[in-house]
Design a protein around this ligand. Sequence first.
Ligand code: FES
Length: 490
Amino acid sequence: MLAGMSQWLTLSRAAHLLGISRVTLQKRIRDGELRSFDGMVAADDLQRTWPELNLEDSGSFEKTRAIREDAFARRLRERVLPTQEALAQRLFAQGQELAELQRTLTRYHTLFEALRARLGVVPAPTADELARLLDEGLASALAAPAPPADVAALDAMLRIMSAHVTVKPSGREFFVEGSETLLKAALRAGLAPNYGCGNGVCGLCKARVVSGEARAVAAFDYRFSEAEKAQNHVLMCACTAHSSDVVLELLEADVPADVPEQRVVAKVRKVEALNGEVMRLHLQTPRSNRLRFLAGQRVTLGVTGLAGGSDLHAEYPVASCPCDDRNLIFHLCRTDRRLASADFSQAVLDGRIKAGDDVSVWGPWGSFVLEKDSARPLVFIAIDEGFAPINSLIEHAIAVDAAESIMLYWASSRPGGQYLPNQCRAWDEALDEFSYRPLALDDLAAALAANTALPASGVYLAGAAERVEPLAKSLLAAGMPPQQLHIEAL
Ligand code: FES
């Protein structure tokens, strides 16, 4: 009955529409600002809570429009179809008409339910009473004021521009923007699907289309067996969603052991100084040979035949997110105390390893990854360059949008040691659920002791071993459950 009186949207679709996180919506539901029914949220409440919502202000719409504009062939756009703007306007107008029709149907449905309820009450209504109820009901239904702006029309529009995919058996969800591939969209949303070449050759990204439709947007060499064809298998790296809702069955990595060891030759794209101490090394893998890893993991970097004929290799945490598997970022420190990596870091810093050079990447290693499907608040503690794996974890946590709050402490052993302060402040300002606290290393223990939410949180601590290990001991001694404390000692 409740579901019939209003339009309802899934939480993920409403969050996508508003360009906010699901946890923000969940908080509004808990606070009683939004009605929720069976995992859905009322469109009327969204409209009332965000009255300024409109098509032009929707970040999702802007992004989708940009992707669509890129994807359209220029000639087709100019000679055959109206302009993108005209199409968007017409689609929006049609969405409004559809939404008005849906509202009218909802009002008639409510009237019908009221009449049926009356017919079930003894004594049965007379013909006069029925006529009166009908007249009053129709008058009230037709007089119902329309909402000032239209969530439903915008939702209808976005259903055309971006498809919603549900994954089985995990139940995770993601949106496919424009004609991007299912694989790219899944990685962007923080999922860890099984895949290999990313290029239509290996077949590892096979998924079964349970419902809806997916179509190829790129050529592929992999040949499906007759059984795979009969079961509706597609390659995620070559297909996009064709219908607005798709259900896929696919393999996902749940733990680090699910990700195979790989060896990739990448190129140095850029070496960038972040401050006097830290450099950012950008590597790019070939299109056909990307690195699959989980956020927070490490890899080994190696170069051969440097000046003087020497070979170097060293292990570093990947500082970037697995959602961009071609562009790998590492933070290298001038004062790296780790013997194994000091020589490699020095070679980058003094220009012996430079843009255009080949670097072997193998891995991934380590189990400093987010707890799968945990909804616990997240607390990240980075000490100096321990920020590198924390950066990867935070980007991933934001993408999967599962934690109700994210707290970042970044402690530095030297003044100004937080070498990416603007990025951390931007997270803090842009995300309701994110808080950032830079501090001196000497103040860290007291700040953690004052955080009463710590024992109920998932805590991720990274930095030099001699700093991380004593801090971990003191957290455990203070009652932190060991299974909730994750440590990366560099
Ligand atoms: S990842 Fe190899 S075919 Fe898709």
